[in-house]
Structure formats: structure tokens, C-alpha cells
Design a protein around this ligand. Structure first.
Ligand SMILES: [Ca+2]
Ligand SMILES: [Ca+2]
Ligand SMILES: [Ca+2]
Ligand SMILES: [Ca+2]
Length: 486
């Protein structure tokens, strides 16, 4: 959805109201044309704006006037604002949906898309402090003593029930992986307003081309795990009994059925390097902004050659999700391991883990400090320097310092490699490494439908594998910039 950041909310039932876009902190101050409600089957559209700037004294336009049984009209688009003004964002999905089921004359006082009779349990400030954040599309924010989602079945005081699937029960499905990440609520693309809750709309498990289904023989590249390695704390899920895992080898630890060691060893019989026999182009949306090839860290040579677009042994977990109306960001926990360390530092073999987000979020041009736009290539799993998760990333700290490495290399040591196979063959923990548990955040537009894809692949060839753990997906009512943090 293109959002110019200048409109008033779409208004149901023809209610005038430039206030109260629940999805925005900001309020549009431009002049919107007044709506011209049709008396037929649909409400009026708001008037078009002029291109001239406006002053702060002007208010957004009214929505179209409708009859009580008709869908509401779209609110007028706000005019341009001066640099000192704060522009409101355009209305998000509730334009024109207000009419169904409303009582004659009933208004959506907080303009959150639901009238009281449509399920809004708090439409006015005498019932709760932030009415626009309380409606059936919200997520239950625990402990604020508010029934945020207007659903008594989701308690404010009790954590939501776990939906973890059984670990290590192949074939691993995309639904099971998303549930293992603690995304438990599901919904449909276009439900009736009363059922328009947030939730997972659909999931898929493909190769990195986003279309080819992961072959059954390669299903071992995905896993629902209760434990990875021997570490009694760091090898465990961050929430609930399981976590999701994706790998360019096997999403398994030594001892698990189907496990293949991530690389060959120097001794006879030390055979590894899972070969999924798949090779696809990475998504054009990711490659394009990177000059048509895999990005390289600033201090490493650029990738060179035809293989710089090719994802070997890839696996991609995708989810299409309607964002809660009271969520401004989300986060999940991620832990990356690679057998590429240290011998392939800065080489074209470096494996990739990327998290591609499709969201309509845009920076607020008036934010202070300024907000950065979403990354052009869509990858939100990046450090403060924009570097993706790889052996070259600054978060790659669980490892044994190679000879001659600068002080401070591998500050987290090797304990978290024990039992993962990523540290090398046998008890050797010097060959391979990983990150600690990190948190990856990104902003979203409340109520929007977003897509998120978690992808991992071997670069250069199918050898020497990497693995990622994913867990504890959760929403936040607070805004958060894109990036990884410890
Ligand atoms: Ca309402
Ligand atoms: Ca409300
Ligand atoms: Ca509730
Ligand atoms: Ca492989």
C-alpha cells in the first residue's frame, strides 16, 4: 500500500474525524476535501487534496456521509503539510468497512474501524485510556489491565497458551515451524469485521526462489527442535518447549535422526556436507538493490562471478501475517551457526541467512531522531553497519580465535558449540562458530498485512553448512528500528 503520510483516516459511517488513526502516532493536519457520500450502495470517497501546502490550523477532511446501513466513505486525504507540521498517515484497511452491522447512527468514535456493536469494547475514553488501540484486531498486551482485543477468552493476566508442535517429527511443515516460533494465532485474508483479528494468514516452506516447494528429500533442512547442542541454557528455546531451525545442511544436532555433519573432516570416514541437490536464484528483490548479486561486507572483496546469485541447498520459511492494530513493531530471537568459520572468512562461500520483510511501513519524515527507511533489499537481519548475519558479522562471537586474530575475537568462547557439530569433528571446537542469541526487530504498520521470509542458503557450492535457530516471535506496542541486537 502506498502511503503518502498525509491523509486522515478512512472513516466509517461518514464520521468526521481527523483524529484517531489508531495506526499512527501522528495526526494529519492537512486539509482533506469533504467527503461526498453517495446514497447508493457505497459510501462516498473523501475529496482529493490540493497540492498546495497548508497550515497547522487546518484539519483533515470528513469522510463521506453515508446512510446507516451503508459502508462508510473514505476519509478525505490530508493536504501537504509545512515542514513544521506533522502529517498523518493515510487510512489503513478500515476504509469503507464501517457500515456493515452498525446501528443506525452508531459511530466509530475512536476511528479504529470497529463500532461498539461491531465488537469495539472501548470506543470512548471513558472506558479505557487509549480507545483506538483497543478493538478485536489488537493483540492482548498482558498485564495492562485492559482487554486489548475485546476478547475475554484471551486473558490479560495469563500468558497465551503455547502451541508448540512436537519436536523432531518429520515431515516438518511451515505451520509447525511458525508455531514453534510462538506465533499461535491464525486468521484469514478477508474475514468479516467481527472476526478480523490479527494472526497468521498463510505459511510456506520453499527454496530461496520463493516458489519451489522444499523437496521431500530435503525436509531435514527444517526442524522443530527442543534443544540444539549441549548447552543447558543457550541451547534451549527462548520461549516454550520448542524453536524452529533452518539449515543449508540438516536442521539437526548430532544424535538426531537425519543429522549430517556440516563439513568433511580431515580423517578418513569424516564425511559431511549435506547436499540437498537444489540450486535456485536468490530473490530478485534481494539481489537487485545489491547490484544484482550477493552483498559482501565492506571490508571483504565483492562477490565476483555467476555464482553470486545462486542459492545452494536453500530453505525459506514464509508467513503472511495480519499485524495487530496496537502493534508498532515485532521481534524474534535468532541464533546463527556456521561451519564456514574461520577458513572461509571474507570468501564467496559465506553462507547467507536473511529475513526479508514486506511491509508498508515508512519513516515519519518529522521523526527526531530521524528514522531510516526499511532496507532496500528487504533484509532486516542486519547489524548496525548493515551487515547480514554471516561469519563476517560482528555478532559472530561464539568461536575459537584463529591464530593471529586480533584481541577480542570470539569473546563468547566455544561452550555453546558443544554438541552442535558446528565446532568441528569430535571434541574439536576450533572449526566453526556462531552468534549468541540475538533479537531482531523491525517496525510495522498497525493492522497491515505483512510478509516475512526466513531464508538460509549455501553460497558458492553446497558444501560447509550453516544453521539458524528462530524463536519467541512477539509484538510490541512500541516502535523499534530495524536491526539485530544482543
Ligand atoms: Ca471504534
Ligand atoms: Ca476501540
Ligand atoms: Ca483479551
Ligand atoms: Ca549444504
Amino acid at each position: 500500500m502506498t502511503r503518502l503520510g498525509l491523509g486522515a483516516c478512512g472513516l466509517a459511517l461518514g464520521l468526521a474525524g481527523w483524529l484517531g488513526c489508531s495506526s499512527n502516532e501522528t495526526v494529519g493536519l492537512g486539509t482533506g476535501g469533504n467527503g461526498t457520500g453517495a446514497s447508493g450502495n457505497s459510501g462516498g470517497h473523501g475529496g482529493q487534496t490540493t497540492s498546495s501546502s497548508t497550515t497547522s490550523s487546518q484539519t483533515g477532511g470528513s469522510g463521506g456521509t453515508t446512510t446507516s446501513s451503508q459502508p462508510g466513505g473514505a476519509g478525505g486525504a490530508g493536504g501537504s503539510t509545512t515542514s513544521s507540521q506533522t502529517g498523518g498517515s493515510g487510512g489503513s484497511g478500515n476504509v469503507g468497512t464501517g457500515g456493515s452491522g452498525g446501528d443506525p447512527g452508531e459511530t466509530d468514535a475512536d476511528a479504529d474501524g470497529w463500532t461498539p456493536n461491531q465488537g469495539d469494547c472501548c470506543d470512548t475514553p471513558n472506558l479505557c485510556s487509549a480507545p483506538a488501540l483497543v478493538n478485536p484486531g489488537a493483540y492482548e498486551y498482558p498485564g495492562n489491565l485492559v482487554d486489548d482485543d475485546c476478547d475475554p477468552a484471551t486473558s490479560d493476566l495469563v500468558a497465551p497458551a503455547d502451541c508448540s508442535p512436537a519436536p523432531l517429527s518429520p515431515p516438518t511443515t511451515s505451520d509447525a515451524l511458525i508455531q514453534a516460533m510462538d506465533l499461535c494465532q491464525t486468521t484469514t485474508e478477508n474475514p468479516p469485521l467481527a472476526q478480523k483479528k490479527w494472526g497468521v494468514i498463510s505459511t510456506a516452506l520453499t527454496l530461496a526462489d520463493e516458489s519451489t516447494t522444499l523437496p521431500a528429500n530435503d525436509n531435514v533442512q527444517a526442524g522443530v527442535l527442543a534443544q540444539y547442542g549441549s548447552d543447558a541454557q543457550q541451547g534451549k528455546p527462548r520461549r516454550g518447549p520448542t524453536m524452529a531451525s533452518l539449515s543449508s545442511g540438516t536442521a539437526r544436532a548430532p544424535g538426531d535422526a537425519g543429522y549430517v555433519h556440516p563439513q568433511n573432516g580431515s580423517q578418513a570416514g569424516q564425511t559431511g556436507n549435506f547436499n540437498g541437490n537444489t540450486q535456485v536464484s536468490a530473490p530478485a528483490s534481494f539481489l537487485g538493490p545489491n547490484g544484482g548479486k550477493f552483498p559482501s561486507p565492506a571490508n571483504c572483496p565483492a562477490c565476483n562471478g555467476a555464482a553470486c546469485t545462486q542459492a545452494y541447498d536453500s530453505v525459506s520459511l514464509r508467513a503472511r501475517i495480519r499485524v495487530p492494530t496496537n502493534a508498532k513493531s515485532f521481534s524474534y530471537a535468532v541464533k546463527f551457526y556456521s561451519a564456514e568459520f574461520p577458513e572461509y572468512l571474507c570468501q564467496a562461500y559465506n553462507d547467507f541467512f536473511v529475513t526479508l520483510l514486506t511491509s508498508s511501513w515508512l519513516p515519519d519524515p518529522n521523526a527526531n531522531p530521524p528514522e531510516l527507511p526499511l532496507p532496500a533489499d528487504g533484509n532486516i537481519a542486519i547489524d548496525a553497519l548493515g551487515g547480514q548475519l554471516s561469519v563476517n558479522n560482528g555478532f559472530f562471537q561464539v568461536c575459537f580465535p584463529p591464530l593471529g586474530s586480533p584481541p577480542g575475537t570470539c569473546p563468547s568462547g566455544t561452550l555453546e558449540l558443544v554438541g552442535t557439530g558446528m565446532g568441528g569433528w569430535g571434541n574439536n571446537l576450533t572449526d566453526g562458530g556462531g552468534t549468541e542469541w540475538l533479537t531482531n526487530t523491525a517496525p510495522v504498520v498497525p493492522g497491515e498485512t505483512m510478509e516475512i521470509e526466513f531464508m538460509i542458503w549455501d553460497a558458492g557450492d553446497h558444501n560447509v553448512d550453516s544453521l539458524v535457530l528462530l524463536d519467541r516471535f512477539r509484538w510490541s506496542v512500541d516502535a523499534s528500528p530495524v536491526g539485530l541486537s544482543k
